[in-house]
Write a protein of this length. Structure first.
Length: 265
């Protein structure tokens, strides 16, 4: 979406690779200064879909300095800010020095409150950026159905600790998935956040071939990493957006397919 909408607006899109050895964070020093000089907008997404990686406050500080130096607006997609495991809450870009001058952060109720498809979210950050977004939004679509707005108010004013409950459900399922796949001799990149886990493609197969095998031999749908960009070769993405029973079933089938028909070996 980031790329397609930029292209709709006539912008040139430059991809910044996210590599495992850099903790799936962009290497700002590797960005061509000529490109940085022309850039207007820099999208980042942490906690990250599809890698499950987190940004550190130090990375955000560096990003804010980079953006201020090159006069770039940072658009931080924080849709997964509430879905994290065994770590403190993920930091916000807006907490970094200077970030309010050069940043806007996007939140959604889709993940934190299990409301995907309901189309409710919010943005915060630089005053001019938020005002510009408001102008675009008012001329792009109309208001949300009232009952959904009331549901969103109920979600955001909830005092029952709903996101805590959700986190603990996802944590349990994530352990189930990762433990099961590791027992089936697959290498899992255990996520720090989000409900996605990357699995390393076994040697001898591409991401797409491995995803095809899992689909046809085990009946389990995964997304090849290459669906997210060229840097995704070597991984497939799994999710725990389903009940523990189905996750157990998927692990059982993957294990069976791998031992039975040498799936991914
Ligand atoms: C799910 C998701 C969102 C939220 O999208 P909505 O349109 O609010 O449902 C945003 N960014 C990423 C990367 C996501 O995966």
């Amino acid at each position: 979406m980031y790329a397609t909408w930029a292209r709709f607006c006539g912008a040139e899109v430059v991809r910044v690779p996210l590599r495992e050895e850099n903790g799936f964070l962009p290497d700002l020093d590797a960005i061509d200064p000529e490109v940085a000089g022309r850039a207007k907008l820099f999208w980042v997404c942490y906690p990250n879909n599809p890698t499950g990686a987190l940004a550190s406050p130090a990375f955000y500080d560096e990003l804010a300095r980079f953006a201020l130096r090159h006069d770039i607006l940072v658009a931080s997609d924080a849709a997964y800010s509430e879905i994290y495991y065994d770590c403190p809450p993920p930091p916000s870009f807006l907490a970094s020095p200077g970030a309010m001058e050069c940043g806007i952060e996007f939140h959604s109720l889709s993940k934190a409150y299990n409301m995907p498809g309901w189309r409710v979210g919010f943005a915060a950050g630089n005053r001019d950026a938020v005002a510009a977004l408001r102008t675009v939004k008012t001329h792009t679509d109309s208001g949300t159905f009232g009952a959904i707005q009331k549901a969103a108010v109920a979600a955001l004013t909830d005092t029952t600790g709903y996101p805590d409950q959700l986190r603990s459900d996802y944590r349990g399922r994530m352990h189930l998935l990762c433990d099961g796949l590791e027992a089936a001799d697959l290498e899992v990149l255990r996520p720090r956040a989000t409900f996605y886990a990357l699995v390393r493609t076994p040697a001898g197969a591409t991401s797409e071939e491995f995803a095809d095998e899992l689909l046809h031999k085990a009946g389990v749908l995964t997304i090849p990493g290459t669906g997210f960009g060229p840097g995704g070769e070597g991984y497939v993405r799994l999710t725990v957006c389903t009940g523990s029973g189905q996750i157990e079933e998927a692990v059982r089938r993957i294990t069976e397919a791998r031992t039975g028909s040498q799936c991914g070996r």
